[in-house]
Design a protein around this ligand. Structure first.
Ligand SMILES: CC(C)(COP(=O)(O)OP(=O)(O)OC[C@H]1O[C@@H](n2cnc3c(N)ncnc32)[C@H](O)[C@@H]1OP(=O)(O)O)[C@@H](O)C(=O)NCCC(=O)NCCS
Length: 279
C-alpha cells in the first residue's frame, strides 16, 4: 500500500485497522454523510452531476483554467465521467454550479479511480472545497472497489500542490518533463484507496519541518524547487526519490519547494514504479 513516512503525516492509528469490507462500507458511509453535512452548513449542495449540468460546468472550467488547459477537457471526457463515472457538482442556492469534480474509474490492475479535473468558483475560496470534494469522489471510488486514486497536476500549480499533497494525501508517483497532448510537464499523482491510505497520508507541516532538522538531506529526503524541472526529471529518472509534500515559500526558504523521500519507504506497488515511456 502506498504510504508516506508516518513521521511527517497526521496519523489516526485506528484507521489502520479498517480493512474488512463491511467496515470499509461503514467508514465510507459515515465520511460521505459528514462531508454532505459540512457542505450543507455553508449553504451549498453537493450532488451527482447530470448531463444538463454540462454548460454550467464548462462555464466554470473556462473561468478557472486558461483556454489551452480548458480545451484539454472534451465533451467526450465530460459525457463519460458524468454518465459512467461519478462526477459531482456543488450548487448554490440559486442553482448555479460553483464547483465540480470530474471523476471516473478504470478497469486496469489497480481499478484506478481518476480525478480528471476539478475547479471551485473564487467566491467560495477559503472553505477547502477542493480537498473536501475530492475526498468525497475518492470515497465514491473506494465504494466502487477502486484500489488507487490517481490524478495529474502541473509542478507549478502551487495551490493544487498544497491541497493535493499536503491536505489530501497524494504523492507524485511519476514526473513527465513533457507529456504529449498536455504539451508541458506534469506529475502523475496517486494514493491507496483504503481508509488509512486516504486519511493517514496528509502532511503535518510541524512534523515535516522537525523531520528535516534531524534527517539526512540526500539520503532520507531531498528538496527541489517547484520550477526546477531539470532537477525533477533527473530525480525521477535516476533515483528512487519521489515527491510527497509541498513546502510553501517562507516555511524553509523564500522558494516553493517539493519534498521527496525514497519510494522504498512507501511500499510502491509495481504499477506505481512502472512509468510508461514517451517516444
Ligand atoms: C485549486 C482550487 C480548486 C482550490 O480551490 P479551494 O478549495 O476553494 O481553495 P481554498 O481557497 O480553500 O484554499 C485551499 C488551500 O490552498 C492554500 N493556498 C492558497 N493560495 C496558495 C498559494 N499561493 N500557494 C500555496 N497554497 C495556497 C490555502 O492556504 C488553503 O490551504 P490551508 O487550508 O491548508 O491553509 C481553485 O483555486 C481553482 O479552481 N483553481 C483553478 C483550477 C485548478 O487549478 N484546478 C486544479 C487542477 S489540479
Amino acid at each position: 500500500m502506498l504510504r508516506k513516512p508516518h513521521q511527517i503525516c497526521r496519523v489516526s492509528p485506528e484507521l489502520e485497522h479498517i480493512q474488512a469490507i463491511e467496515d470499509i462500507r461503514e467508514f465510507v458511509k459515515n465520511e460521505k454523510a459528514e462531508i454532505e453535512q459540512t457542505i450543507n452548513n455553508i449553504g451549498l449542495t453537493l450532488r451527482r452531476a447530470e448531463l444538463k449540468d454540462f454548460s454550467g460546468i464548462r462555464q466554470l472550467l473556462c473561468k478557472r483554467f486558461n483556454p489551452d488547459t480548458a480545451a484539454q477537457i472534451s465533451f467526450y471526457d465530460a459525457y463519460r465521467s458524468i454518465r459512467h463515472g461519478y462526477t459531482m457538482v456543488l450548487e448554490d442556492k440559486d442553482g448555479q454550479i460553483v464547483g465540480y469534480d470530474y471523476s471516473l474509474g478504470y478497469d486496469d490492475d489497480d481499478k484506478t479511480s481518476f480525478g480528471l479535473n476539478i475547479a471551485i468558483h473564487p467566491d467560495w475560496a477559503g472553505y477547502k472545497l477542493k480537498t473536501i470534494v475530492s475526498i468525497y469522489t475518492s470515497l465514491l471510488g473506494m465504494e466502487r472497489g477502486s484500489r488507487i486514486r490517481r490524478g495529474i497536476v502541473h509542478p507549478n500549480n502551487l495551490i493544487s500542490l498544497h491541497n493535493l499533497l499536503n491536505n489530501t494525501g497524494f504523492l507524485c508517483e511519476h514526473f513527465y518533463g513533457y507529456l504529449p497532448g498536455f504539451e508541458s510537464s506534469r506529475f502523475i499523482l496517486s494514493f491507496s484507496l483504503t481508509p488509512a491510505g486516504l486519511m493517514n497520508n496528509r502532511i503535518d507541516m510541524d512534523k515535516l519541518l522537525d523531520y528535516i532538522n534531524v534527517a539526512k538531506e540526500g539520503e532520507d529526503y531531498k528538496l527541489v524547487e517547484c520550477d526546477d524541472e531539470p532537477a525533477l526529471e533527473e530525480m525521477y529518472n535516476s533515483t528512487t526519490f519521489r515527491v510527497v509534500a509541498f513546502v510553501r515559500e517562507g516555511a524553509l526558504t523564500e522558494k516553493n519547494l517539493l519534498f521527496a523521500v525514497p519510494h522504498e519507504l512507501m511500499n510502491f506497488p509495481p504499477s506505481s514504479i512502472y512509468q510508461a515511456p514517451i517516444g
